[in-house]
Design a protein around this ligand. Structure first.
Ligand SMILES: [Zn+2]
Length: 488
């Protein structure tokens, strides 16, 4: 990162960094209004431990001296919680947006952004919120801000039509996609493709059946498959990760296509019935089908096919995976997350879909590549590229939190699935053509991106300006035992 170092900036840095020398191990949860990504980066470069940011306000862990100096620098710092504990924080997005009644059932709810709260909640309280229709996102103990430039890879990828890629697009099978949704929505003990299964995030045995199905499908394709296991709220959960290794000098560069496979129903019998066909057997099926086609080829870059658990509890599985990937130093060039890609009202049958890219230039370039391919390969989708107002309550956001480029592919949120999170979210209530077209767009995009042979700019990750490093607060974005709280 490069800065224009004005004298005022340097003096301010010196003042701010001074507090780090006497940093207490006690942290407060604070919010600070900010203007634009550059100011966000500036605050991070001063050693502020940002744990979330919305359009114009951020949440951070801070201590007394730092708060004082931020105020002296003109920032409006509001302390929400004097004894921060990041194990307990969730961002909540109520639905409808002004229904805050469910928030009365948590330890504390703090107004944050417009209609958005940060809550301090036990995992049981968080589950109760999800059951009452509140979208929840578990907060990490640190986020990495996106880099400044689109990666060269993303730019090079916007290639002209290719007959080879066209053949892959044409190979997408509507029959297999529907088959996967059937297998994921049903109860294996009953007839094929019934609607009485569950993949509720806490329904461990049923979720394991689904994980086994995904695992076996990938293994049959000859991919190397691993279970990325974790524990949340004392319950074992697992992400399923399949890999097609790249061949050659850029095989350490990785593209990911992913979807969560857990589900939820607001009905009380969710442990028995939560078919989750559109949300999100549709995305899971697309990932499986993309794996089937792309695994028949070799690419210079590595492709990963990932299905997450724990999404409905606050993006738990993807946060675990992205955190581990970051800690390993995985060079993830881009992530396509699919979540709810099989519903629209008929009429109007307008094929509108939304690509949520956020504000990161590399993510926007990835979205533009996908959108280019929708027209390049004549697919029946009408994409909208969503930037500033992108939703942050999907698994793509877990990758944003680690500085990776990521996008969400989803149906038209202005034409919302009325069967969402109910026992009626079944294949019969889907429009499967959208899932087919989405899968084709992703196959084309991943084939092009993974084909690029040249070394390109690695995914940028945040680094402190050199002169500041020795003064930075001890907790900064590290996953060590000196953290005030455990890692994500
Ligand atoms: Zn979902």
């Amino acid at each position: 990162m490069r800065f224009v170092w004005s004298l005022a900036t340097i003096l301010l840095l010196a003042a701010l960094s001074g507090m780090a020398l006497g940093a207490s191990t006690e942290f407060c949860l604070v919010t600070i209004p900010y203007e634009g990504l550059e100011q966000l980066r500036q605050l991070a470069s001063w050693g502020l431990q940002i744990i979330n940011y919305q359009g114009n306000v951020l949440a951070a862990l801070s201590c007394d001296g730092q708060i004082e100096r931020l105020r002296q620098a003109g920032f409006q710092v509001t302390v929400l919680d004097w004894a921060a504990d990041t194990r307990l924080y969730y961002v909540t997005y109520p639905s409808p947006a002004d229904d805050f009644a469910p928030l009365s059932a948590v330890e504390a709810a703090y107004p944050y952004a417009r209609d958005v709260h940060i809550v301090r909640a036990t995992s049981a309280q968080a589950e109760a919120l999800a059951m009452r229709g509140v979208e929840i996102v578990k907060l990490p103990n640190c986020v990495i801000l996106p880099g400044r430039q689109p990666t060269m890879a993303d730019l090079q990828a916007r290639l002209a039509h290719s007959p080879g890629v066209q053949a892959m697009v044409d190979a997408v099978s509507p029959t297999l996609l529907v088959h996967h949704v059937c297998k994921l929505q049903d109860d294996d003990s009953l007839d094929y493709c019934n609607e009485f299964g569950t993949r509720y995030s806490y329904a461990t045995a049923k979720l394991n059946e689904a994980a086994q199905y995904l695992y076996d499908e990938y293994a049959t394709l000859g991919l190397s498959v691993t279970c990325d296991a974790f524990v949340y709220n004392s319950k074992p959960m697992t992400n399923v990760v399949a890999e097609l290794s790249g061949v050659g000098p850029v095989s350490n560069h990785i593209y990911i296509i992913c979807a969560h496979y857990d589900s939820i129903s607001w009905d009380s019998d969710r442990y028995k019935i939560a078919p989750g066909a559109d949300d999100n057997a549709s995305g899971s099926a697309a990932v499986l089908e993309a794996a089937r086609i792309l695994s028949q080829y070799q690419f210079p870059r590595t492709l990963r096919f990932v299905n997450f658990a724990g999404e409905e509890l606050g993006l738990i599985g993807s946060a675990h995976y992205a955190g581990e990937a970051f800690r390993r130093g995985d060079l993830i060039d881009g992530v396509i997350n699919l979540d709810m890609i099989g519903y629209e009202s008929v009429p109007p049958n307008d094929h509108i879909v939304e690509i949520h890219a956020g504000i990161d230039p590399a993510s926007i370039a990835l979205a533009e590549t996908l959108i280019d391919n929708i027209s390049e390969y004549g697919l029946l989708l009408v994409p909208q590229n969503i930037t500033e107002t992108a939703v942050k309550c999907g698994d793509h956001a877990s990758f944003w939190n680690r500085g990776y480029a990521a996008i969400l592919g989803i149906e038209d949120l202005d034409d919302f699935n009325p069967h969402y999170h109910s026992r009626n979210d079944t294949l019969a209530n889907m429009q499967t053509q959208m899932m087919v077209e989405y899968t084709k767009a992703c196959v084309a995009t991943l084939a092009e991106l993974a084909s690029m042979p040249n070394e390109t700019t690695p995914t940028p990750t945040w680094a402190a300006p050199p002169i500041l490093r020795r003064y930075l607060p001890i907790v900064l974005c590290k996953w060590t035992s000196s953290n005030p709280t455990r890692g994500p």
